[in-house]
Design a protein around this ligand. Structure first.
Ligand SMILES: *Cc1c(COP(=O)(O)O)cnc(C)c1O
Length: 346
């Protein structure tokens, strides 16, 4: 059967999600999931009917949360589906390209590859910021520029003035896609206000991280109505299952938002604990992080990763030499990590 598949798919290495990697620990800090298991009412009727393509109440609730108008919001199966929709909507296969800046989130490249869209990589600078000169030199045939802030896996924010310069540089040429999957941990860093000025800006959001709903598969795209309308041409007819819309609405209700705000404060405090606790260990370098994870450099990252794995602490290795990405869990999990690392280097 393999020979029947498209050549591109035969050659493709699929995204190694945290779930696919496996492991059998009891401390799971490898997928940037929330440790909070919030409960929702699940009382469903009328499942015999198709769902709305874009449930109006859900769109309105997210628009209110994000501070935009409902016609600037699209909902999809996680932010990952939005990445795919943008590529399918704007990139001509075997002709156009996307541009992204490694080290960064892996799905931009994989989604482009599955649709036969070229991938231009302009590495982040040494301080993990945009290399604007190199980006400008590589914009030919580029329709989408993906920028992740806070960046996964490095954790840092991309400078706002550079994002503005990029939006100016790409006006009428390409769309800048700001991946704000972790922005709820530092909402003041959002670029959502720039939507007013730049029609070539699209922003990815998700309920998977701060809202503790990774298993729900619910994400959002914020963009000009023109971009949203194009994406609506491409999206599946019933992308939002009825129970998903219902639970997402509960998460975005005033009490749901208050709970998320509280949990974000809690996780940001745990991140500070993890940061300081690990930084105290000689030879360990913790990079400043703004999401619910930290990138940590160890004297021997691979060995540390394996030892933690065998100890039941599942972390995420990274493409950066000796660096391991650690999700911020509950306080007990963070304490276990700090104790393990301290003990390991003793
Ligand atoms: C987790 C993540 C996503 C995907 O979010 P889903 O809504 O779960 O699909 C997108 N971008 C980045 C940077 C992420 O870390």
């Amino acid at each position: 059967m393999e020979k029947l598949a498209r050549k591109q798919i035969q050659a493709l290495t699929p995204y190694l999600s945290a779930r696919r990697i496996g492991g059998s620990g009891d401390v799971w800090l490898n997928a940037n999931e929330s440790p909070f298991d919030n409960h929702y009412k699940t009382d469903f009727a009328r499942l015999n009917r198709y769902s709305d393509c874009q449930p109006q109440a859900l769109i309105q609730a997210y628009a209110d949360y994000a501070g935009v108008k409902p016609d600037q919001v699209l909902t999809s199966r996680g932010a990952d589906e939005s990445i795919e929709l943008l590529i399918r909507t704007f990139c001509e296969p075997n002709q156009d390209a996307i541009l992204y800046c490694p080290p960064t989130y892996g799905m931009y490249a994989i989604s482009a590859e599955t649709f036969g869209v070229e991938r231009k990589q302009v590495p982040l600078s040494a301080d993990w910021q945009l290399d604007l000169t190199a980006i400008e030199a590589n914009l030919e045939l580029v329709k989408l520029v993906f920028v992740c802030s806070p960046n996964n896996p490095t954790g840092n924010l991309i400078r706002r003035e550079d994002i503005i310069a990029l939006l100016e540089m790409t006006q009428d040429r390409a769309i800048v896609v700001m991946d704000e999957a972790y922005i709820d941990f530092c909402p003041e860093a959002s670029t959502v206000d720039l939507l007013q000025t730049y029609p070539n800006l699209a922003i990815l959001r998700t309920l998977s991280k701060a809202f503790a709903l990774a298993g729900l598969r619910c994400g959002f795209t914020l963009a000009s109505p023109a971009i949203i309308n194009l994406l609506l041409k491409v999206i599946a007819p019933y992308p939002v299952p009825v129970p998903v819309a219902d639970i997402a609405l509960q998460a975005l209700s005033p009490s749901g938002l208050a709970r998320t705000k509280f949990q974000v404060l809690d996780l940001n405090a745990n991140r500070a604990y993890l940061q300081v606790g690990l930084q105290m260990v000689p030879g360990v370098e913790v990079f400043e992080g703004w999401g619910n994870y930290l990138l940590v450099k160890f004297p021997d990252g691979d060995a540390l990763f394996k030892a933690a794995w065998e100890h039941g602490i599942i972390l995420r290795n990274s493409p950066i030499d000796n660096a391991v990405r650690i999700s911020v869990g509950n306080r007990e999990e963070c304490e276990k990590v700090v104790a393990f690392v301290r003990n390991y280097y003793q």
